[in-house]
Structures are given as C-alpha cells and as structure tokens.
Design a protein around this ligand. Structure first.
Ligand SMILES: *Cc1c(COP(=O)(O)O)cnc(C)c1O
Length: 245
C-alpha cells in the first residue's frame, strides 16, 4: 500500500461526509413514516466516476453500487474486484440500472449481480442466456414505466404481471421486485404510490419479489414513504456528473 495523496484524502473526506448526510436523510425520512432504516439498502450510483471512488466508498462501508452503461460498468468492476480479491474480499454487489439493449444483455449478466432494468420479454431470454453461459444466478427487477411513455425504458403497469411470470419461469433468474424512476416534472409521491400497487400485484403471485427500488438524490424521501427497499443515489454522494459524453 502506498500512502494516500492529499487529493485522495480530500476525496475520501468529501465522500464520507456526503455519505453521512445521505444516511441522515434516510434516517429522518424513515422516522417520519415509521420505518426502520435497517430495512433500506442504499445503492450508490457511480456511473461516470472512476473505480477509485468505488474503492473509497467500499472502504467507507458501501456494499451496493449501481451502474448504467455496459462497457463502463464491466471494466470498472473488473478493476474493483481485482483490487479487492487480493484481500479476500468478494467485492460489493453490482446493480445494473440502465436501459439495456438485447445484444448487451448476456454480457451484463456475466458481471452484474442484479439487473434492475428488465422491461420486455426479449430481454428476459437474453439475460437468461447470459446467466447460463456464465453459470450464475442473476437477480432481476422489472423496470416499470410510470407515465405511459416507454421510450426511456420500463414496462407498462398492465404488462408487468406477464413479464414477471416470464422472469420467474427461468431457473437462473431470480425475480426480486420492481424498479422505477419518477417521471420528470411529475409528483414523485403519486408515481411511487402507483409503483407500490404494481409491486403488490407482482408480490401476490411471486412472494419472493419484495424489493422496491425507488428514490434517487432528489426524491429518496418520497421513495421511502411508498415502501422503497432500495434507493439509488448518485449525485448527492459523488457530485454532479459531466452533463454529456
Ligand atoms: C443515474 C441514475 C440514478 C442516480 O441519480 P441521482 O439523481 O444522481 O441520484 C438512479 N437511477 C437511475 C436509473 C439512474 O440512471
């Protein structure tokens, strides 16, 4: 180990402070709606940020990370896992949260532990193939579209049950629940209330599918009010991302 540079030390302190602030928001929001913060999983979204930030955050106790682009995620988490394996650490859990093209799905299934963005039948078969090729079980969330517009991804609520059944039919896929992004310029409470109805419908058929991934930097409190078990927080911890690549 080399001693951390001043810049590394400063980044570590910044991430530590912002992480603590987010945990504080979660604790307050949970207190407001009578929930136990221990039942909430914080996924830190590290897209656009380097493996070194993932390692710092992991060292600060973060065990769940989110990424949304195949190539970036695959390379970054290879680096992360290689860096940690020497210390006997199996590494953190990686959640893939981005729109997924069918031709990338099998690749993502090789390194992601959870794919949160399954939103159409074709993708189910592709993810299952990837899981089989790499002899792994992949946990799956259905991404639900809450504004009737599927152009940014997401299955319509009325089609979610059939898609859930399709996931559950695969031996190497484990259906865990639902994910959604609140539509822009809409009330996140209304959106997440709708998501919860969809989640309840799926859970009544698939009792193990009890995760609700809802709430980001700007609306995590709303997510928690409507039963979120998983939050996906990027900006509030890592800072703002470059606006365009
Ligand atoms: C980028 C992203 C997030 C994190 O958003 P922030 O506003 O930076 O917290 C959460 N969910 C998805 C699907 C994302 O793409």
């Amino acid at each position: 180990m080399t001693a951390p540079t001043g810049a590394e030390q400063a980044r570590r302190e910044q991430l530590r402070d912002r992480l603590a602030a987010v945990h504080e928001r979660i604790a307050l929001a949970c207190a407001d709606c009578g929930r136990d913060p221990e039942e909430v999983t914080l996924i830190v979204v590290t897209k656009y940020f380097p493996a070194s930030d993932v390692l710092l955050l992991h060292d600060l106790g973060v065990n769940h990370f989110g990424e949304n682009r195949d190539q970036e995620a695959g390379e970054k988490f290879d680096q992360v896992r290689n860096a940690l394996s020497g210390a006997g650490d199996p590494g953190p859990t990686l959640h893939f949260i981005g729109q997924l093209q069918t031709n990338k799905a099998a690749h993502v299934a090789r390194y992601a532990d959870v794919i949160q963005s399954v939103d159409r039948p074709k993708l189910v078969g592709a993810v299952a193939k990837g899981a089989q090729a790499s002899h792994r079980t992949v946990q799956v969330l259905l991404q639900v579209s809450l504004d009737g517009d599927t152009s940014r991804g997401g299955v319509l609520p009325e089609d979610a049950t059939a898609l859930a059944d399709a996931v559950a039919a695969h031996q190497l896929l484990r259906l865990r629940g639902v994910m959604a992004v609140a539509p822009l310029e809409s009330d996140p409470d209304a959106a997440f209330a709708r998501l919860r109805e969809v989640a309840d419908g799926i859970r009544s058929r698939h009792p193990g599918a009890d995760w609700i991934s809802a709430g980001m930097s700007g609306d995590l409190e709303a997510g928690l009010r409507h039963g979120a078990t998983h939050l996906r927080v990027g900006t509030a911890i890592l800072g703002s991302r470059p606006s365009l690549l």
